[in-house]
Write a protein that binds this ligand. Structure first.
Ligand SMILES: C[S@@+](CC[C@H](N)C(=O)[O-])C[C@H]1O[C@@H](n2cnc3c(N)ncnc32)[C@H](O)[C@@H]1O
Length: 185
């Protein structure tokens, strides 16, 4: 499902990715877009466009910690967030909404970083548990794309294999983040 070939052939001005020992790696400097979606912690500009280039043929996608993410990148998308003002498809703590009955080909996650959960008025997220539960919501070969300031704890015993790490920076004075790509094997 992941296609580094599609990304590199269609990336335009985005920096290339390489595959090393079965793991995709690279670095994205996205720049700022002050129009954004206006939501605290909104995605860096073009973030989902880049992820779409890596997963061009995926049909059904689950966004967790979706915030104000707009639909339209993939054919079928489900949004989960604890903030009802974002009007997600499923409102609540993802710890209790996962694993889902449905199986997805891709899960895209943008959890609060460091102390940022305080900005949303939510408790600190148990990321290790959520990563484990995500494995139960993916088809075999499906991927979890996790944007964070840390690589989350993951385990082979839960069915995960590491498929990629991409460094990401927006601009000066922004936190450096890592996109961790885990494949459900
Ligand atoms: C970094 S923001 C995501 C922003 C999103 N990428 C966007 O572009 O709008 C993190 C989101 O996680 C949500 N959140 C925090 N804790 C949560 C939890 N336990 N379960 C579900 N959502 C949670 C917050 O409400 C917030 O919308």
């Amino acid at each position: 499902m992941i296609s580094i070939e599609n990304y590199n052939q269609n990336r335009g001005i985005y920096s290339p990715l390489v595959e090393h020992n079965g793991c995709i790696c690279g670095y994205w400097l996205t720049g700022n877009d002050y129009r954004g979606n206006g939501y605290y912690g909104g995605y860096p500009p073009n973030y989902l466009k880049r992820i779409k280039l890596l997963f061009p043929d995926v049909q059904n996608v689950l966004h967790i910690f979706a915030g104000m993410t707009k639909k339209g990148t993939w054919p079928y998308e489900v949004m989960m967030d604890s903030n009802p003002e974002c009007k997600p498809d499923r409102v609540g703590d993802v710890t209790y909404l996962l694993p889902t009955k449905e199986r997805y080909e891709l899960i895209v996650a943008d959890p609060p970083y460091e102390q940022n959960h305080e900005k949303y008025g939510t408790p600190r997220v148990n990321k290790r548990r959520i990563v484990k539960y995500c494995a139960g919501s993916l088809v075999t070969g499906g991927c979890l794309v996790w944007l964070d300031t840390r690589i989350p704890m993951w385990s082979k015993a839960d069915g995960w294999s590491l498929r990629g790490t991409i460094g990401l920076n927006q601009s000066t004075q922004h936190l450096t983040r890592t996109i961790t790509i885990l494949e459900r094997v």
